[in-house]
Design a binder for this molecule. Structure first.
Ligand code: ADP
Ligand code: MG
Length: 248
């Protein structure tokens, strides 16, 4: 890049969110550059999920502006389906449809929202499933897969929509310990391929290795942010230091 910086993939300007009288997000401003992976860390109840949910408008911010590739998604006339196709989200619980095959879980939105025909959609599903190491499981139902495999299907499903930004909300927190590694490996690969990612995680090893930047959220405010490795190795604030001593 020259002096002209690349346009942020994601930009938040003074985003606030209240539930009733309680302000949960107290003016969050942040930018995520194209291809950057930012880990959002912080104690339970600090507003991490609410922030991610605001980015794909599962929650509407009380005030502030969110832009995806420069386009204001908090504008009143925004097309929610089009927006959500550009923002992939992976949750703690995988939310796969139990009665559908793995392949159909992935192709459903492709045929219904993206209007691909069945063959095209199947092709995309095969491609994304092999990307997460599950090419051979397309005909199974989710229940026949381990939790880690199901989460990788959820990732493949999000990727199939060719999102601009991927959001992960504690994607490995509900998994048995031995299944966490495989999911983190997929996420690490994804970060390495230049996907723009905003990742809520308590996996500090992952954050240190795979993230470009870390934001530490407490009580709805960004308390500290910076280079992932530096910040997690040598936090500047006592609050982050204390938090890290509890999660590590
Ligand atoms: P985190 O993901 O960091 O644990 P959350 O974003 O889930 O935090 O929650 C932040 C705060 O907002 C918590 O105090 C939670 O109880 C509150 N909160 C979240 N969603 C709602 C809601 N829909 N209605 C009322 N309060 C909520
Ligand atoms: Mg949460």
């Amino acid at each position: 890049m020259t002096a002209q910086q690349a346009r942020p993939a994601l930009e938040l300007v003074d985003v606030r969110k209240s539930f009733g009288p309680v302000e949960v997000l107290k003016g969050i401003s942040a930018q995520v550059a194209p291809g950057e992976t930012v880990c959002l860390v912080g104690p339970s109840g600090s507003g991490k999920s609410t922030l991610l949910r605001c980015v794909n408008l599962l929650e509407v911010p009380t005030s502030g502006t969110i832009r995806v590739e420069g386009e204001e998604i908090t504008a009143p006339q925004v097309d929610l389906n089009a927006l959500r196709a550009r923002i992939g989200m992976v949750f703690q619980h995988f939310h796969l449809f139990p009665h559908l095959t793995v392949r159909r879980n992935i192709t459903l939105a492709l045929t219904r929202v993206r209007k691909l025909d069945k063959d095209q959609a199947d092709e995309v599903a095969e491609l994304q499933l092999s990307r997460v190491g599950l090419g051979q499981f397309a005909d199974r139902r989710p229940a026949a897969l381990s939790g880690g495999q199901q989460q990788r299907v959820a990732i493949a499903r999000a990727l199939a929509m060719e999102p601009t930004v991927m959001l992960f909300d504690e994607a490995t927190s509900a998994l048995d310990p031995e299944l966490v590694k495989g999911v983190l490996a997929v996420m690490r690969d994804l970060a390495g391929t230049g996907m723009t990612m905003l990742v809520v995680t308590h996996e500090m090893g992952f954050a240190k290795e795979a993230a470009d930047r870390v934001m530490f959220l407490e009580s709805g405010q960004v308390v500290e942010e910076g280079n992932a490795h530096e910040l997690l190795t040598d936090p500047r604030t006592d609050r982050l230091r204390r938090f890290l001593s509890q999660v590590l």
